[in-house]
Design a protein around this ligand. Structure first.
Ligand SMILES: Nc1ncnc2c1ncn2[C@@H]1O[C@H](COP(=O)(O)OP(=O)(O)OP(=O)(O)O)[C@@H](O)[C@H]1O
Length: 330
């Protein structure tokens, strides 16, 4: 049974169509919902929770109909909203216990569940301090804890990495992975960053302007490309120049060289180049796509112009934010 299935789901606000005939179904696991700001992610979550009636279309969550069974959906689903929603003058413990009581847990069970959940999300002694003094990362953890405290089967996490520094983002992504893998809770997590979802999700749904662009397992986005990633411990540019002189299509990418595979001879060319230049080969492997490359503008794979390494700034990271379907950042 799909955890979420929508059929022709449409949401029209007076000035904008937030969801446009969206039909998609996803199975259990960690599911990413990606789209640029304004793509319709939060609107979809509100509709799935039964908080906002759609203009047209139908949907089920855990097999429950959003139009008739909103209460049962909210009993089985946790929700971590995108925006600040925490009272500043109570502690995380008080708040999460309160949320557990709101979900119907008796007082003792609510206290125990709150303590367990706060520990799972990485809040310890500080959980007794008022939330008003918390960092953004700590507040995100409290929001996550209240979404998990009633032991849901599915959680909706709306932009959980928003406002976090790189370390905080990594910790949050690890937590999300654990929610899926260790606790067996399915996750629908939204982000406007494709790269971070690639790390934690089993499946990624991409929407743009309220329309479905793609819905696929992560591996389907990251299939092997027709290029080799080559890493040598020193002499990257020497090797790149040599391969270029020999007619290979090669470009630098971080500390690697990416060499288009023109046939079996490409492997020999790299091997001989490394040997002749006396370099130490660290790796040579078929390169996998990153999800965000699906949306990058530019010539198709294999049509890239031959370019001596050094022509592009080495290590320039690929743009990560989701561009629109034409590749224009939005
Ligand atoms: N209550 C509302 N009234 C009118 N327009 C709305 C309302 N809620 C959302 N919208 C509009 O619908 C579109 C989709 O908004 P939504 O919040 O779902 O996008 P999003 O993908 O979650 O983006 P973000 O991450 O920026 O919140 C936007 O153009 C937004 O302005």
């Amino acid at each position: 049974m799909p955890i979420i299935a929508t059929q022709g789901l449409t949401m029209r606000f007076p000035r904008v169509t937030a969801l446009d005939d969206l039909s998609v179904a996803v199975e259990s696991g960690v599911v990413g919902l990606v789209g640029a700001n304004g793509a319709g992610k939060s609107t979809l979550i509100k509709i799935l929770l039964g908080l906002l009636p759609p203009t047209a279309g139908t949907a089920t969550v855990l097999g429950l109909d959003i139009a008739r069974e909103g209460l049962r959906i909210r009993e089985s689903v946790g929700f971590m909203p995108e925006y600040e929603c925490l009272p500043p003058d109570v502690s995380a413990t008080e708040f999460v216990v309160h949320m557990a009581r709101m979900c119907g847990l008796p007082p003792t069970a609510a206290r125990e569940r709150a303590a367990d959940t706060l520990r799972h999300v990485g809040l310890y002694e500080e959980r007794y301090r008022p939330i008003g003094g918390y960092s953004t990362g700590m507040r995100q953890r409290v929001k996550l804890a209240q979404a998990l405290v009633h032991d849901p089967k599915l959680v909706f996490l709306d932009e959980p990495t928003n406002g976090l520094d790189p370390a905080g983002r990594d910790e949050m992504l690890d937590l999300i992975r654990r929610i899926g893998a260790e606790f067996g809770i399915s996750v629908l997590v939204t982000s406007h960053l494709l790269g971070e979802l690639e790390r934690v999700c089993d499946h990624v749904v991409i929407i743009d302007g309220g329309k479905l662009l793609r819905s696929q397992a992560v591996e389907a986005y990251t299939t092997a490309s027709g290029a080799l990633t080559v890493e040598v411990d020193e002499g990257r540019d020497l090797l790149g120049q040599r391969l270029h002189d020999q007619g290979a299509t090669v470009r630098p990418e971080g500390r690697f060289l990416v060499v288009d595979i023109a046939g079996e001879t490409t492997y020999d060319l790299v091997r001989d180049g490394v040997a002749d230049l006396g370099l130490r080969l660290i790796r040579m492997e078929q390169r996998r796509h990153h999800i965000e490359e699906v949306f990058q503008a530019g010539p198709p794979e294999g049509a890239a112009q031959a370019m001596p390494p050094g022509a592009a700034p080495p290590g320039a990271p690929p743009p990560e934010a989701v561009p629109g379907p034409q590749g224009a950042p939005r």
